[in-house]
Design a binder for this molecule. Structure first.
Ligand code: MD3
Ligand code: FE
Length: 215
């Protein structure tokens, strides 16, 4: 599963969804239990919270971070912070399992030397969503972002370089990994409101990890 056959049928593990974006279906299925345990450990030190946008709206997805810096939003703006402003402490370290999967996924997608320094963890309850946005708070857009979906499935909205580009809808399932590099790195994207359901690994929750080079 982690050494995909490049000549496999299109429905087999590896799927190009745009120039620079590669979907690895089920890539972390075997590691999902370990990854969920690491999420719990991170959340013990840096609990999930609903951050506020610069415009004053509370985000429906709850978030936390691990790594050297964590993505943060409040009335002052979107940015990376080395400290968790809720506790004043450094964010918990990036678990080795996160680093390992990012390196292997990026390599399978054709990106060598992926060394993330930050991981944003999003937690979706039924109804939670993420509006169309670009990820542009990182210092270096040449590094890909590796995203990991765990728990309930979500409809991911994947647009283009302009906000008005009509997004394609892609269902991301438990265990799926997507590597976002090249031109796709700055494409608009979002998540449709989570449909209610129960997943054996997470209950009524979806988690998404995004491993990034922030600094
Ligand atoms: C395309 N997270 O945290 S993962 C985010 O499911 C974010 O929680 C979504 O968008 C989620 O910023 C989507 C897929 C994803 C992540 C980062 C991207 C797609 C991306 C960066 C650039 C282009
Ligand atoms: Fe994003």
């Amino acid at each position: 599963m982690n050494t995909p056959d490049l000549f496999a049928a299109p429905e087999g593990g590896v799927e190009a969804i745009a120039d620079g974006a590669v979907l690895l279906r089920g890539f972390v299925l075997d590691a999902a239990t370990a990854l969920l345990a690491e999420i719990e450990r991170v959340a013990e030190a840096a609990s999930f919270r609903h951050m506020v946008t610069p415009g004053g709206y509370e985000m429906s997805a709850a978030m936390t971070n691990c790594g050297t810096a964590g993505w943060t939003t409040d009335r002052s703006g979107y940015r990376y912070e080395r400290l968790d402003l809720k506790t004043g402490n450094a964010w918990p370290p990036l678990p080795e399992a996160f680093m390992d999967l990012a390196g292997r996924a990026a390599a399978d997608a054709g990106y060598a030397g992926c060394t993330p320094d930050a991981c944003l963890i999003n937690r979706y309850a039924p109804g939670a969503k993420l509006s169309l946005h670009q990820d542009r708070d990182e210092a270096d857009f040449t590094a890909p972002i590796v995203s990991v979906s765990l728990g309930l499935p979500a409809t991911f909205l994947f647009g283009g370089p302009r906000r008005a580009d009509r997004p394609q809808r892609i269902v991301l399932q438990h265990g799926d990994v997507v590597v976002w590099g090249g031109p796709a790195r700055l494409f608009y994207h979002g998540v449709a409101p989570l449909k209610d359901g129960v997943h054996p690994a997470t209950g009524r929750i979806r988690y998404n990890l995004t491993l990034r080079k922030a600094l």
